[in-house]
Ligand binder design. Structure first.
Ligand code: PAF
Length: 287
C-alpha cells in the first residue's frame, strides 16, 4: 500500500492511475478506523479499480471547544487495517499540506440543509467538511466517493455540492455499521467508559422503538420523536442534543411521514457526543 503525504505525491499517483484507464474509489476518513470504514473500503474495492483512502483529521470542520486535539490518531494501526482490504494507497497529509499559509478558499453550501441537525449545533462544521471533501475529490481524481449513512446529513450536503459544482464524482452511501449490541460504530466510541458504552446502547434502542411504532402505523412526526425522547429519557447518562425527523434526502420539515424520512439523533453520553439515525420508509401502496 502506497503512503502519500504531499500534494505532489497524490497528484502524480492519481494522474498515473487515470492515464492507465483505471477508475479510482475515494474513501475519505479521519482515521481511528473501525469495521464501518473497512466496509466502505470493501464497497469501493468491489466497484473501482483502485481504492484510495484518506486519513486526515480535518481541523476546519471542528469548532472551538470541540475534540480536534483529542481526536484519536493511530495511523500505524489504520494502515494495518487498510492493508487487509486491501487498499491501494492512503493519503495522509499534515494540516499544513492541506491548508498552507495564505489558504483562503472555503466551500459554503448555502441551503437550509446545513442549518439544521448538526449544522445548527456545530456552526461551520459543514463548511469545513465541504471544503476538505472537494479538495480530496480533486486530488484523488475520484470516480466514486464512499460515505456512511451514520453521517446522513453530511451525505446530503456532499450530494448538494457535487451537483452544484458539477464534480464528476458518484457519491455512494453505505448503511450504518453497527456492533452486535446495536451501537453504531464511530471513532468517538473510544472515548466511552464501560458504563457509558452500555448507556450508549439507548441511542439504537430509541430509534428501534420509533421504527416499531412506525411499522405499526404511527406516522405523526411529533409522536415518533416523543417515542425516541421517552426511551432516551430512561437512561440517566444520556443527554439529548437533538431528536429530529425530516424528509430524506431533502431534509424538509414534515408533520407526517409520507415518503422516506430521516429520524436523526445526537446525544451526549458523559462528555462524548454521539449521533445515530434511521431512514423510515413509508410502504408503497400495493397494485
Ligand atoms: O466523515 C468523516 O469522517 C469526515 O467528515 C470526512 C468526510 C472524512 C471529512 O473530513
Amino acid at each position: 500500500m502506497k503512503i502519500l503525504r504531499t500534494i505532489q505525491e497524490i497528484e502524480e499517483y492519481t494522474k498515473a492511475v487515470k492515464a492507465s484507464g483505471r477508475t479510482i474509489g475515494l474513501v475519505p476518513t479521519m482515521g481511528a478506523l473501525h469495521e464501518g470504514h473497512l466496509t466502505l473500503m470493501r464497497l469501493a474495492r468491489q466497484s473501482c479499480d483502485v481504492v484510495l483512502a484518506s486519513v486526515f483529521v480535518n481541523p476546519v470542520q471542528f469548532g472551538p471547544g470541540e475534540d480536534y486535539d483529542a481526536y484519536p490518531r493511530q495511523f500505524e494501526d489504520d494502515c494495518a487495517q487498510l492493508a487487509t482490504v486491501p487498499v491501494d494507497a492512503v493519503f495522509h497529509p499534515d494540516p499544513v499540506v492541506m491548508y498552507p499559509s495564505g489558504y483562503a478558499t472555503y466551500i459554503n453550501v448555502e441551503s437550509a440543509i446545513t442549518q439544521k441537525l448538526c449544522g445548527a449545533k456545530r456552526p461551520g462544521h459543514f463548511r469545513g467538511v465541504a471544503t476538505v471533501v472537494v479538495k480530496l475529490m480533486n486530488l484523488a481524481r475520484a470516480d466514486k466517493a464512499f460515505f456512511g449513512q451514520k453521517d446522513a446529513q453530511q451525505v446530503v450536503v456532499i450530494h448538494r455540492f457535487v451537483a452544484d459544482l458539477n464534480l464528476p464524482v458518484e457519491v455512494v452511501m453505505a448503511p450504518i455499521s453497527r456492533e452486535a449490541s446495536g451501537l453504531a460504530r464511530s471513532s468517538r466510541n473510544v472515548y466511552l467508559s464501560a458504563s457509558e458504552r452500555t448507556a450508549a446502547l439507548v441511542l439504537h434502542r430509541s430509534l428501534q422503538a420509533a421504527q416499531t411504532a412506525f411499522s405499526q402505523g404511527e406516522k405523526e412526526c411529533l409522536r415518533l420523536k416523543q417515542i425516541v425522547q421517552t426511551v432516551l429519557g430512561s437512561e440517566p447518562l444520556a443527554d439529548p442534543d437533538y431528536v429530529e425527523l425530516y424528509s430524506f434526502p431533502e431534509l424538509a420539515d414534515i408533520s407526517r411521514v409520507q415518503g422516506p424520512a430521516l429520524l436523526a439523533i445526537a446525544v451526549r453520553i458523559g462528555r462524548t457526543r454521539l449521533i445515530d439515525n434511521i431512514i423510515l420508509e413509508a410502504e408503497k401502496p400495493c397494485c
